[in-house]
Design a protein around this ligand. Structure first.
Ligand SMILES: [Zn+2]
Length: 372
């Protein structure tokens, strides 16, 4: 099957070409050397992008991946799902092309009763089919914890350092020694480590433990908190933005008359400082079955990233080439011969109007045109 997309503006994951022709052969991009396609698509007035990658989701069911793909998100990087979901979604994403692909942290590392246990309890764990999950409370358990994640098929390790303060509560939290032991064990077996930490003090523990990336920006903006930016830049740690998540919890906090109205503003200010310091920002939503939503809210995240100072191409790279690079997904995130044909065709020009990513004309997943 040959699909030719003619006369299209191309954002290849890093830079923009005003007008070109792109060839899809079966499941990959191929060099276009003339000729016609079995399917011809007119790209006039449109922009072709790599399929979007959401670098922070919680993917529990196939419908999450269907919502993602329909909205142009061809890969979700799950940051916590449980073994039954992981096994089922792994099987479905290998066999089907009508849902987004995914990678997963599997069971995250948190203290007994630690975040996000309180959210699961509040959501009604039975309703989600969520069973109690493995937790860890001492450095001596790190090796067996990581071994169990490998056995369940995790692609990377997620650790949680969150004492509950931003959620208006107090929660048990991993010790610095346990976090450090988890990172060492994960690195020993070749797993990247991503930390959930949402205050500067928590981020400091994660950074000192040697994590590869942060699953969120943080929310406090004292001088000391902003100084962390330089430490993160020096250690080449990537940060997943999740500004839409902070917007959501700020909204919830306001509704509940909680004392964290500055959370979203702080997150945006920290994102701006990280970007200025040259820290790689990856677009992520923290999508769940509730809010933020799978797929559609990544488009809102792109707008929030531009509001935090990224130019449009930088925001688009944050949702394509950068997550592919930092998560080792060499087959995607860029449009070039040999790459997997995960593609998003939109009307208009998101390099000048970021909201144009929402004007979806076509989506391909592994070369298969998605019927929306
Ligand atoms: Zn999350």
């Amino acid at each position: 099957m040959r699909t030719v997309i003619r006369d299209v503006r191309l954002f290849d994951g890093a830079k923009t070409t005003p007008r070109t022709t792109v060839l899809i052969v079966d499941d990959h991009i191929a060099e276009f050397e003339g000729g016609t396609g079995d399917l011809e698509i007119d790209g006039t007035g449109r922009t072709l992008l790599p399929g979007l990658i959401d670098a922070h989701t919680h993917t529990f069911v196939v419908d999450d991946l269907r919502a993602a793909l329909t909205n142009g998100v061809t890969t979700e990087l799950d940051m916590f799902c449980l073994p039954p979901s992981l096994a089922e979604l792994r099987k479905q994403t290998a066999e089907r092309d009508d849902i987004a692909d995914f990678r997963s942290a599997g069971t995250l590392a948190t203290a007994p009763g630690g975040h996000p246990s309180q959210l699961l309890a509040a959501a009604g764990v039975e309703a989600l089919g969520v069973e109690p999950f493995d937790t860890i409370h001492s450095p001596g358990e790190a090796a067996s914890f990581v071994e169990a994640r490998l056995a369940e098929g995790a692609d990377y390790l997620k650790i949680v350092i969150d004492d509950g303060a931003v959620h208006g509560t107090h929660l048990p939290v991993l010790s610095a020694d346990t976090a450090t032991a988890l990172v060492a064990e994960a690195h020993d077996v070749g797993l990247r480590v991503i930390a959930h930490a949402i205050t500067a003090a928590e981020v400091r523990i994660a950074v000192d433990a040697g994590v590869d990336g942060l699953a969120h920006v943080w929310t406090d903006t004292t001088d000391a908190a902003l100084d962390l930016v330089n430490l993160i830049a020096a250690q080449d740690i990537f940060v997943v933005s999740t500004l839409v998540y902070f917007e959501a919890i700020t909204h919830n906090a306001a509704a509940a008359d909680c004392a964290t109205p500055a959370t979203a503003a702080g997150a945006s200010q920290v994102a701006r400082a990280l970007h200025r310091a040259g820290v790689p920002l990856l677009a992520g939503t923290d999508a769940t079955p509730f809010v933020p939503a799978h797929g559609v809210d990544l488009h809102h995240e792109l707008a929030l990233l531009t509001a935090a100072g990224l130019d449009n191409e930088q925001a688009l790279a944050a949702a394509t080439s950068l997550p592919a690079h930092y998560f080792g997904l060499a087959d995607r995130g860029r449009i070039a011969p040999g790459k997997r044909a995960d593609l998003l065709l939109v009307d208009g020009d998101p390099t000048t109007d970021i909201s144009a990513t929402r004007s979806i004309a076509e989506v391909w997943r592994r070369g298969v045109r998605h019927i929306r």
